[in-house]
Design a protein around this ligand. Structure first.
Ligand code: ZN
Length: 258
């Protein structure tokens, strides 16, 4: 189906409130990476306007909650109807400006940090491929997110593929990223998202390491809504990208993906 048709159908379903029963006991976790107007069309970059449009959509149609709240409700079997969690991965510098936008709107979010990227000039392969010079937050930026009430989570040290890396190296990447976050921010860290996030990009062995290390979740970076009783170590997250011509297209696709 064409994206424009999906966006039109989505608008009809959301504006008429017909979406409400369809999202009964369903939650959505969304994923952003970079919010920056300099790289239109880059698959992990949203424009500032697109980000604002999505924030308005989330606020209008969902109950935006911190990640810990969703996890606690899943564990208790509480109602999660139309709950939505906003997350960011990797630690791009523009995330601090995005956080200011969220603060103005009183919306919570969780920032998952690849700790060795922070304060560095590392250019990971996906940015190099697009000719982008990656810019990362400083540790002062990361601390300020926590001071402003946002959640922080670990995302490995070097953004390794946990479908490939194993054993002591995997332990160091997983546990070491949380250790660094705790050392730099002074707050306890128990949220984790695995890099790349497709089904084959984490082994069962590594998922066990995440669980044993004391984390409370291990979300993916691919499709689908979250249902009542879902395992927080296997929950889906939906990336927001230039593929979405409007939040209503995203909303319609979320309905289809259930
Ligand atoms: Zn990532």
């Amino acid at each position: 189906m064409k994206r424009r048709i999906k966006a039109l159908l989505g608008r009809a379903i959301f504006a008429s409130r017909a979406y409400r029963p369809l999202f009964r006991n369903k939650a959505v976790i969304v994923l952003f990476h970079r919010i920056d107007d300099r790289y239109p069309g880059d698959p992990i970059t949203c424009s500032t306007a697109q980000f604002r449009e999505f924030c308005t959509f989330f606020h209008r149609y969902f109950t935006v909650v911190p990640f810990h709240v969703l996890i606690a409700k899943l564990e208790r079997g509480d109602d999660i109807s139309r709950h939505l969690v906003i997350t960011f991965d990797d630690g791009y510098r523009d995330n601090r400006r995005a956080a200011d936008e969220l603060l103005r709107r009183r919306m919570p979010a969780c920032f998952f940090i690849a700790t060795e990227f922070i304060g560095s000039d590392r250019v990971p392969w996906w940015d190099a491929k697009s000719g982008i010079v990656s810019e990362w937050m400083s540790w002062a930026d990361v601390r300020s997110l926590s001071d402003d009430g946002f959640e922080l989570g670990a995302h490995t040290k070097n953004h390794v593929d946990l479908g490939v890396v194993s054993g002591a190296e995997a332990v160091e990447e997983i546990v070491g990223s949380a250790r660094r976050l705790v050392a730099e921010t002074g707050i306890p860290i128990d949220l984790f998202s695995y890099p790349y996030g497709r089904p084959h990009q984490i082994t069962e062995e590594n998922r066990k390491i995440v669980r044993k290390a004391g984390f409370v979740c291990c979300p993916s970076a691919y499709g689908g809504t979250v249902g009542k009783g879902n395992d927080p170590f296997r929950i889906c997250r939906t990336p927001i990208s230039p593929w979405h011509i409007s939040p209503y297209q995203f909303g319609f696709e979320a309905l289809l993906s259930q």
